[in-house]
Write a protein that binds this ligand. Structure first.
Ligand code: FUC
Length: 788
């Protein structure tokens, strides 16, 4: 049905054929490079990367590299995701508790600038900024005497998660393959040349801008170990180590402290292990040296083909859970960066499906197993002072990273988010108690490796209490898609604690006697009174409506806390409802300030949270609010940062406006918002746009709310024919769709939870009741569902 399924081989076939052969078909050397061109499931280029945003990312969740694909010199820029600046710290500001009642009074008296000043002087975190994610170093290779090459091509093959560089030297094909193995926890780089083999000569070294020492072990292993940097007065407590073992076949090698020198080898295998002493936000008892030694010893027991086979066997089925075919295009024969330049001209639907699978590839590569969650740059960062610290911005960015996880069946990617949220609930309980005098837990608009939870950067951006509540709701989504009861039980304490904080801190607004947050803000938009600070912005009430409802629902399902659930239902009824303002827009604030706010095109559209990711606003169930949301989108405009466009794309999909959504996708898939390696450009690089748009493409094809499965709700004219296999819907459904001439042709459902639902397409609906594990196919004929 698609490139992905066509390309799939079963395991026996793979092992029989040798996986290396499976991904590099045995063709004459000269035609093999050409064969790579236009592989539909690869990003590929005809030149090495000059810049970082041209290099290709590989990652196993925890460790990763950017592969430059150089010829005479190659660089793999290395990351390990627990390498942050600073060390454990407590950002609680003890003055906050006394200052907050005064702040609340100022806000209710309309003295927003004064309230902001008091927040800045007495409530913000100490230190004011959080710690930042660090680049670890580089694996550097130089190939003396290598020149006059032809037929150059480098690619990132998504189904096998391998980066490959190939070129010809005389008539010999040089192939360099790199991947980050989750099974073996090493980065693998393999260098080889086809017959008539030129022998491989290469100098290999490690480098880093960090404070580090270098040594050699056993004559074949480079070791680089160091200490993380101090930040904001917090001493650097991370100890890191990278070690690279060089295993040549044939030839000679020698080493010095500066590197390992291989001469005349037939093949060279390099295995890189990386680790830090981080075990948790308050536990730095890890032993990176022992971990790396053990990983390298285990991995070195396998040869390259075996390492590759183990890696592909692990990765391929995860990515292959979903296959998307939006139609082929001739443009697919062009290098990927050229396709980005041309996307707006139309006729390259296959770039949209490639971008979709790339988003899934990036999430699988940056959030898995024991890893940190995907940060602002996923896993890939080449700087010691990255933009916004490359940490976790939780007023939209981190949550956006996880939007594709449920709909595109990347369930394992959620584990790191659960772990982080649990840790944040611990530090967040301290902030709740000591700064607010409240039970439960709270997190503001950012967190870092140390799970700092207090408001940062300045009250203008940071004085927002909903970060933890929204994260808890992201975890709830996983329950919606999987109906995994163990997961629900695991997240219940987080939902409950997040709710408790607001039970204790919501206040009555004097005029309407409604329950509101105070102080708060509508991320990060300034209102007409010279500040962001306010009480009860629409987004807060929307998040609380879902938080209270989901917590109560979870309590009911699990049979816990009936009294608490009832209390939440009562409070929920006293939250302000969404309001429609004088321009027909959905109001961002309690008062109708929107049209007088100075940044009318602001990138955040926080008050449309009710439309997406929530389902409080729905085209069918709440048409007046949906129309107001639409009006807000028109006023706000399409132009925005990468992630701002990606969120708008999701909004338009929810409003069933397929062509408008496609227009935004085209804005995103342009050189202004997409780098040559398809990384999203805020600018600078920020990965949320990749993930937000991946989720939006799924959203254009399938939506599932309020017990209804909407099929092709926002299909644009640009994708008249296509198919998708393996999308997931809330209620535990797996959905395959096919369409042609812009019309649904068939839908196949598998129910994993045995829940009833209703299929919706166009103006037709059809109730379905499948048992757990049951599958059923419907044809769409004469504008109606039929069972064939
Ligand atoms: C929020 C956004 C910015 C940026 C930063 C990381 O503060 O407003 O645009 O994405 O997070």
């Amino acid at each position: 049905m698609t490139h992905f399924s066509k390309a799939r081989l079963d395991r026996r076939q793979l092992l029989k054929a040798g996986v290396a052969a499976a991904i590099a078909p045995a063709l004459p050397a000269s035609s093999r490079a050409a064969e790579t061109r236009g592989r539909p499931d690869s990003l590929w280029y005809s030149r090495p990367a000059d810049e970082w945003v041209q290099a290709l990312p590989i990652g196993n969740g925890r460790i990763g590299a950017m592969v430059f694909g150089g010829i005479a010199s190659e660089r793999l820029q290395l990351n390990e995701d627990s390498f942050f600046s600073g060390g454990p710290y407590d950002p609680v500001n003890p003055q906050a508790r006394e200052a907050l009642p005064k702040v609340r009074e100022l806000v209710f008296a309309g003295k927003y600038v004064e309230a902001q000043a008091l927040l800045d002087s007495s409530v913000m975190a100490r230190p004011l900024r959080q710690m930042s994610y660090q680049m670890l170093g580089d694996l550097l290779l130089t190939f003396p005497g290598l020149e006059n090459v032809s037929g150059y091509v480098r690619e990132l093959h998504l189904p096998t998660a391998t980066a490959r560089t190939q070129f010809l030297v005389d008539s010999s094909q040089v192939t360099r393959t790199a991947f980050a193995s989750a099974v073996d926890q090493v980065i693998v780089l393999h260098l080889k040349a086809s017959p008539p083999r030129p022998r491989i000569s290469v100098n290999i070294a490690l480098g880093t801008p960090q404070q580090a020492a270098f040594s050699i072990e056993n004559g074949d292993t480079l070791v680089m170990s160091g200490q993380g940097p101090e930040d904001q007065g917090i001493a650097g407590a991370i100890r890191f180590e990278a070690r690279a073992r060089v295993i040549p076949k044939g030839g000679r090698h020698r080493s010095s402290e500066a590197g390992i020198y291989v001469r005349g080898a037939d093949e060279v295998l390099v295995l890189v292990a990386m680790a830090t002493n981080y075990l948790g936000p308050a536990d730095l008892g890890g032993d990176p040296v022992a971990q790396n030694r053990e990983r390298l010893a285990k991995a070195a027991a396998f040869d390259f083909d075996a390492l590759l086979a183990r890696h592909v066997e692990d990765f391929r089925p995860r990515l292959a859970r979903v296959a998307l075919d939006l139609g082929d295009s001739e443009a697919a024969l062009l290098p990927t960066d050229e396709r980005v330049r041309r996307f707006a001209m139309g006729s390259d639907p296959a770039l949209a499906s490639l971008y979709f699978q790339y988003g899934r590839y990036l999430l699988l590569s940056s959030s898995r197993g024991n890893s940190q969650p995907a940060n602002l740059q996923g896993l890939w960062n080449e700087r010691t002072d990255p933009p916004w610290g490359s940490k976790f911005t939780i007023n939209v960015n981190t949550q956006m990273n996880y939007w594709p996880a449920g709909p595109t069946a990347l369930f394992e990617c959620m584990e790191p988010l659960l772990r982080m949220t649990r840790e944040l609930a611990v530090s967040g309980a301290r902030v709740a108690r000591e700064m607010y005098g409240a039970r439960g837990w709270v997190a503001h608009h950012n967190t870092d490796l140390w799970r700092a939870a207090a408001p940062i950067d300045g009250a203008f951006w940071g004085m927002w209490q909903m970060g933890g509540a929204w994260l808890s709701l992201s975890l709830w989504e996983h329950w919606e898609f999987t109906r995994d009861r163990t997961w629900l039980a695991a997240i219940y304490p987080l939902l409950k604690g997040a709710s408790e904080f607001f039970v204790d801190t919501l206040v009555e607004n004097p005029r309407e006697k409604l329950l509101v947050t105070n102080p708060s803000l509508s991320p990060e938009n300034v209102h007409p009174f010279g500040s962001t600070i306010c009480a009860g912005p629409a987004m807060d009430s929307q998040i609380l409506r879902d938080l209270f409802a989901r917590t109560a629902e979870a309590a009911k399902i699990l049979g816990f806390d009936a009294g608490f659930a009832q209390q939440l239902d009562g409070l929920r009824a006293r939250l302000p409802k969404d309001r429609i303002g004088k321009a027909g827009q959905l109001q961002e604030w309690l008062e109708d300030w929107d049209m007088d706010a100075p940044e009318i095109n602001h990138r955040h559209i926080s008050h449309l949270w009710a439309l997406h990711p929530s389902d409080q606003i729905d085209v069918e169930a709440t048409p007046a609010l949906a129309a107001a949301a639409r009006r807000t989108l028109e006023i706000r405009g399409d132009e925005s940062t990468g992630w701002g466009i990606a969120w708008r794309l999701n909004f338009w999909a929810r409003l069933a406006a397929g062509d408008r959504a496609y227009k935004l996708l085209a804005m995103l898939l342009s050189p202004q918002r997409t780098y040559p390696n398809l990384f999203d450009a805020h600018p600078p690089f920020q990965i949320d746009g990749n993930f937000g748009a991946t989720a939006a493409i799924a959203e254009m094809l399938l939506q599932s709310h309020r017990g209804r499965l909407r099929l092709l709700p926002a299909l644009p004219r640009a994708w008249p024919a296509g198919s998708v296999r393996g999308l997931r819907a809330r209620g535990g459904f797996e959905v395959d769709l096919a369409w042609s001439a812009g019309v649904l042709t068939s839908v196949r459902l598998v129910s994993h939870a045995g829940e009833p639902s209703t299929l919706i397409h166009g103006s037709q609906s059809r109730p379905i009741a499948l048992k757990r594990g049951q599958a059923r196919t419907f044809e769409w004929r004469n504008d109606a569902f039929s069972t064939g």
